[in-house]
Design a protein around this ligand. Structure first.
Ligand code: ZN
Length: 315
């Protein structure tokens, strides 16, 4: 590494064991995982429940939350009490519960000043018959409450087929669930507030998990607006890099980049987060491969991505 590449913030992911998890974080990404039920890799996180350590370079020995606290200049002196984004890779071997997140305004009042949560999913891989839950089929709020109270889940839940490369924006108030056989890269607001609507009547240690029915009904938007979950993807092909804008909202912009050759780019944002999702190559001569996650800090300037690889970039 040289003076410049020392500034790249490479992060050590934090693995999470969960009942619905599997082994693909080891099988596909070669991470060390704690058990055969590992469901989440917190790849870029400054959250209390999983604070990523810096793996190398000038900031080795710090966690991302420490950099946010003590070196805010790395992030363009952005305001806020926490690093704003959280990137996860999710291996859902089994179905996750059906849930919904509040927006900032609702969370502020009802969750002690917390933030709401907007998130988005890039489907890294999935079984050929995989599906996902995005939205519901009730015509208005009254029918939402009715269907939920009466447990008419098959009618209520909007399940759709998915394939590798699909992308979904999950705005607050959107009923959603990742279903089994799906590997996802999730970009989200750094928040934990989740209301569980339905858990398929499953038992954990003999007991059902807690549901948050009334809060869910409060925040679920009705009717579901299909357009709110899809974004206009725009692909711009180039000689050495293809750029595809996946979504841009008030919390993040997410872009997919396919590098085939040597591409010169500029870091002109407060920060740029990168996750290599396929292939291998280098950033300014430093080797990176599928499963590498890093942040280019404020003022990094020009950089070169080289190789044959796909990356998800957010800022
Ligand atoms: Zn969610």
């Amino acid at each position: 590494m040289n003076n410049k590449t020392e500034q790249i913030i490479f992060l050590e992911p934090v693995m999470k064991e969960v009942l619905w998890g599997g082994t693909r974080l080891r099988d596909d990404f070669h991470y060390e995982i704690p058990s055969d039920h590992t469901g989440e890799c917190w790849a870029v996180s400054a959250h209390d429940h999983g604070d990523c350590a810096v793996a190398s370079g000038a900031f080795k020995g710090n966690t991302l939350s420490e950099l946010w606290k003590n070196h805010r200049e790395l992030f363009g002196n952005l305001e806020g009490d926490r690093f704003p984004l959280l990137i996860k890779i999710i291996d859902a071997k089994q179905d996750l519960s059906i849930q919904v997140h509040p927006d900032d305004a609702y969370a502020k009042v009802n969750e002690n000043g917390s933030f709401g949560k907007t998130e988005c999913w890039y489907i890294l891989d999935c079984d050929s018959d995989a599906t996902i839950v995005v939205g519901h089929n009730a015509k208005d709020k009254e029918e939402v409450a009715q269907m939920i109270h009466e447990g008419r889940w098959n009618e209520f839940i909007r399940t759709i087929p998915i394939k590798k490369g699909d992308f979904f924006q999950i705005n607050p108030g959107t009923v959603h669930a990742i279903k089994g056989g799906t590997l996802i890269l999730e970009t989200q607001q750094n928040s934990d507030i989740t209301y569980r609507v339905y858990d398929y009547d499953r038992l954990t240690d003999g007991k059902p998990r807690e549901l948050h029915i009334e809060k869910s009904i409060d925040v679920i938007k009705a009717p579901f607006d299909v357009d709110s979950a899809s974004s206009k993807r725009e692909l711009v092909k180039g000689d050495s890099i293809d750029n595809e804008a996946l979504v841009s909202c008030s919390y993040y912009t997410v872009v997919k980049q396919d590098v085939h050759g040597s591409a010169k780019l500029t870091q002109d944002k407060n920060f740029k987060i990168y996750s290599v999702i396929d292939g291998e190559g280098s950033i300014d001569g430093v080797d990176i491969k599928k499963g590498t996650h890093f942040i280019l800090p404020y003022g990094y300037g020009e950089y070169t991505l080289e190789g044959n690889m796909s990356l998800i970039c957010s800022y």
